[in-house]
Design a protein around this ligand. Sequence first.
Ligand code: AMP
Ligand code: ZN
Length: 468
Amino acid sequence: MKIFNTLTRTKEEFKPIEPGKVRMYVCGPTVYNFIHIGNARPMIVFDTVRRYFEYCGYEVNYVSNFTDVDDKIIKKANEEGVSSEEISERYIAECKKDMADLNVRPATTHPQATQEIDGMIDMIQTLMDKGYAYKVSDGTVYYRTRKFEGYGKLSHRDIDEQEAGHRTIGVVGSEKEDDFDFVLWKPKKDGEPYWDCPWCQGRPGWHIECSVMSKKYLGDQIDIHAGGEDLIFPHHENEIAQSEAANGVPFATYWMHNGFLNIDNKKMSKSLGNFFTVREIGEKYDLAVLRFFMLQAHYRSPLNFSAELMEAAKNGLDRIITAGKNLKYIAENSTVADMTSEEQAIYDNRIEFVDKFKAAMDDDFNTADASSAIFELVKYCNQNVNENSSRALAQGLYNQLNELCDVLGIILAQEEESLDEQVEALIQERQQARKDKNFARADEIRDELTAMGIVLEDTREGVKWHRA
Ligand code: AMP
Ligand code: ZN
């Protein structure tokens, strides 16, 4: 399996630190609003990377944080007259709903910055002890960037040839030693959340949060660190400087970055105002379509959002799901049980498409080509399975299609609620209706159950049921 590593700008063979295991950290969103579909891109892309590792037999420890202390969160809290915590908890819950609708699996751990402050204070202290950090008179602690030899290795910048974005040296009153030094800890302002620490009451800088959460949940050295390409500099460059200086070992072996989701070829972002939230798109489309749309491009390529491409994704997804339904129908209803020898050959030949799928995913997670392999398998199934086929062939091909779809997070068939679950739910509802003295609804439910062939018995131990 090959991964494009931003650090070396080449595709490299994946070699895990610990055989059979992957330790992976993905920078998560700052939670002050509903996420937009640009934020959804890394979630979908790296969830798919995780799924493919698992498909290949790896055990993945997947950590993705929520940044829940930030200027934007504080601003929103002040606008609404509520606490920062209320804002961040609200939008973490909303983000988790969106992730579930996008079939993005919950991370092994979703740490929150505000729960990890002690670890941040510890790491900052270590950096101070080693001479990589210094405090100025107002209590701000800075990272001494030039002391870290490898600074610039991820973003391929030579610090001496760079103009720092924000000139402070020579500015009267500034005690920063160098323009490139960045904040590890900053003093509180009125109305802001703060924590006590040895330097001043205040809060951490953004970069130290990820270094610390990654260390705590994955250890000093990890296999993959990932996020959108806007994070390469300064966020990830600074994370490397902090983690490697503090821990004394290389931080992540592979750095993966997704390209931007654009609108009219401009990055979708909150600040430009050119965004759609996942929620908005969810009103028009099943979010499975959004997920599939994202995977139709290579994750490192820019992707332009458009109604045409969403329609194309919708049609493609429909084609796959329809093929799945047909296979399932035949698998459940054909009068022939076993495969003929001719069918066995058809079944065995599916491997051609599986191999194509794997070759695409092994080549730096080329989900666009992997989707093409799925379409070829769909076509193959449509051509080779019909109502005269055996149940075994239809089921075998269904299972194969389902397995590949699952790697991309495509749900081929929604699990149907079992009859027992439906009956139990209706009985519960009937009990509640009776408690509420809504006897009309209670009778209606009894009739509904009778129509389903279910007989109710009111006993002393409660309601019992059996099939008529
Ligand atoms: P933020 O909440 O801005 O820190 O972003 C959370 C994640 O979404 C980061 O990994 C960003 O790089 C990523 N991201 C933000 N906007 C876009 C976009 N338009 N396209 C792709 N990724 C994005
Ligand atoms: Zn981060």
